[in-house]
Design a protein around this ligand. Structure first.
Ligand SMILES: [Zn+2]
Length: 611
């Protein structure tokens, strides 16, 4: 046991960043050198600084008001660059020996995210080698205040020279052997340095794709000896492979309340006409005869080939869901899915989401996928499978009729588009990805549809309806118990099972508790609750670190969004919702240095605004 550190008592748990399992809470001991840096920032800017450490005692995130005393010129990249080059910040994040280069800067509604990527210059290499997972992200609000800084800079001794390494082809061959599917192909292979046990090892990061069976896996192959040291699944399925058994008797009633919940639905009119009309009026088709726009291309298998859904002889998209013709039914399913996917994107975009600059192919009734659906973040495709029937322990045959399935998959796409890591990497990141898809995809949009369609459904969604709403995922496709329930008491770390959908129930339970708690805020409206949940999710995802996302990162990110966009009104609800599921920040609030130190000479409290 190490000597007692006075700051240790303040730290309830630590933010991890290692290869070890994420289910063991660790007591953080912030390294004194880094803590001294934070004190310098607090003194320089005369502000209150909060800091989250990782298990190595390194600073993962800092937040505060006015973290940087310099005047904001209006140029976020320039400002962030000056900030990370200041002595106090270099000390805080241990940047003295890290080489950072400009990354991908994104401007959002409430803040700008400035990215710096870590690289290393190694003798014998003409260009710098990327350091895997090494990033600094500086977030600057519209007033020019730095609202949060995240670092996943990787420490460890870089090799003086690399020496002899295996070829890229060999690394791919070894990864394919590990996967055990000879027909797999490499869709990406990058030579990087990866930090492990205080050393930077040369590694090939190889991503393999296979069609039968469908796989997308990332492998780390040591470049020196070809050892495969790590593998991670990159495909996002709707559910874990073993489905439970539902009760088919309630199916018909639930169907009417789920996939038929069209905002303009009129029970007196034939449903197919209405769906077709909603598609034609609500979305801009590239070609009026094809079910494709700038967001989606809807595909069904016709004559053994995947083909874009064509309008019928009348030039409409009215297809009969009860037809004996399988292709006709698939086309109906494609229309339903198209409607929900576009509704979700249009709504999120109105809440500040980025417009994804590519059309996603959506494969309907893909027979190679049983009782599941998936988003492929490499090819950017959605595949809806075929259910084997609730009576057989699977899902309903027409999986696509459950809007929740596509709303879930589409949220995986959203995470890939908004998160700084281009997805949510790491074990807890994967679990959080499933949870965002369930809560901010399926449940939030189910409520949104009920809200927008209130007049036609005969009941306008109330705040009490939100508070009383169910957390059941897959209400139609596995009626009535569903695939999962986000209204739960799952706890970190007790309920970690190392399966992403199950582990996701922990943070998903927190998200869903928060959503319902937000409906209790005095003076709020249904629209406020739903939109603000959407904004907290979207902007929270943008505020995550880029490497090995943790549940606590979402807690920190949500608190920053709340403070920046909503004046902190949801703070206590956020802390309670996450805390009730065992997710708590191990924040340290370091005392400032005594005045009269070497630093500032009595600078005024900093109140910078845009110059
Ligand atoms: Zn999923």
């Amino acid at each position: 046991m190490k000597k007692h550190n006075p700051t240790e008592a303040l730290v309830s748990r630590l933010i991890g960043d290692t290869h070890q399992a994420d289910d063991k809470p660790i007591i953080a001991t912030p390294r004194p050198a880094y803590l001294a840096g934070v004190r310098d920032i607090a003194t320089d800017s005369d502000t209150h600084v909060e800091v989250d450490f990782n298990e190595a005692g390194e600073v993962r995130s800092i937040v505060g008001a006015g973290l940087f005393a310099d005047t904001f010129s209006g140029d976020a990249v320039d400002y962030a660059t000056k900030f990370i080059n200041s002595p106090a910040v270099k000390k805080t994040f241990g940047l003295r020996y890290a080489t950072l280069v400009a990354g991908d800067t994104q401007e959002y509604e409430a803040f700008t995210r400035v990215e710096f990527k870590q690289v290393a210059n190694v003798r014998g290499f003409a260009s710098a080698i990327p350091v895997r997972g090494g990033f600094v992200h500086v977030f600057i609000d519209k007033q020019g205040d730095i609202i949060q800084v995240n670092s996943t800079v990787r420490h460890g001794r870089k090799p003086a020279s690399i020496g002899k390494v295996i070829t890229q082809e060999k690394a791919i061959e070894l990864a394919i052997a590990k996967l055990g599917i000879p027909s797999a192909t490499a869709v990406k292979c990058t030579f990087v340095l990866s930090s492990h046990e205080n050393k930077m090892d040369p590694i090939y990061e190889v991503t393999l794709a296979a069609d039968e069976p469908k796989r997308l896996m990332m492998f780390l192959v040591k470049a020196k000896d070809g050892e495969v040291v790590y593998a991670e699944n990159k495909l996002h399925f709707s559910q874990r492979r073993q489905a439970g058994v539902g009760d088919p008797t309630l199916l018909a009633g639930i169907a009417a309340n789920t996939f038929l919940r069209i905002p303009t639905y009129d029970p007196k009119q034939p449903i197919t006409q209405q769906v077709s009309k909603a598609v034609i009026e609500g979305t801009e088709l590239k070609n009026p005869k094809l079910l494709a726009n700038d967001r989606y291309t809807m595909l069904v298998k016709e004559n053994g080939k995947w083909q874009t859904v064509k309008a019928n002889a009348k030039g409409t998209f009215e297809f009969d869901p009860l037809s004996k013709d399988k292709v006709e039914v698939s086309k109906f399913s494609a229309v339903v899915a198209f409607l929900w996917l576009n509704t979700q994107d249009a709504t999120l975009e109105s809440w500040g989401a980025v417009k994804v600059p590519r059309a996603i192919p959506v494969y309907i009734d893909d027979e190679s996928v049983t009782d599941n659906a998936y988003f492929d973040p490499n090819a950017w495709e959605i595949h809806d499978g075929v259910g084997s029937g609730i009576e057989n322990g699977g899902l309903v045959k027409h999986i696509s009729w459950d809007p929740g399935v596509n709303l879930h998959e589409n949220t995986h796409k959203r995470n890939a588009a908004e998160a700084p890591g281009k997805d949510l990497p790491g074990e807890q990141g994967m679990a959080a990805g499933e949870a965002t898809s369930d809560v901010y995809g399926d449940l939030l949009f189910d409520l949104w549809m009920r809200f927008k369609g209130g007049a036609i459904l005969g009941h306008t969604l109330t705040l009490q309806d939100i508070i009383d709403s169910t957390g059941v995922i897959g209400q139609y496709c596995m009626a009535p118990s569903g695939i999962r329930n986000q209204d739960n008491k799952a706890q970190y770390p007790r309920d970690i099972e190392h399966e992403e959908h199950t582990d996701g129930l922990i943070i998903g339970g927190a998200y869903f508790d928060l959503m319902r708690a937000m409906a209790t805020l005095p003076g709020t409206t249904v629209e406020d609750v739903l939109r603000n949940n959407g904004k907290i999710y979207l902007n929270g995802t943008r505020l995550l670190p880029a490497h090995k996302v943790l549940f606590t990162d979402y807690l920190r990110a949500f608190l920053t969004v709340d403070k920046t966009m909503f004046g902190g009104v949801y703070k206590d609800m956020i802390v309670k919702a996450f805390g009730d599921h065992g997710i708590k920040l191990g924040t340290v609030v370091p005392a400032k240095r005594k005045t009269g130190g070497k630093k500032t000479g009595g600078k005024k409290p900093n109140r910078r605004k845009v110059a």
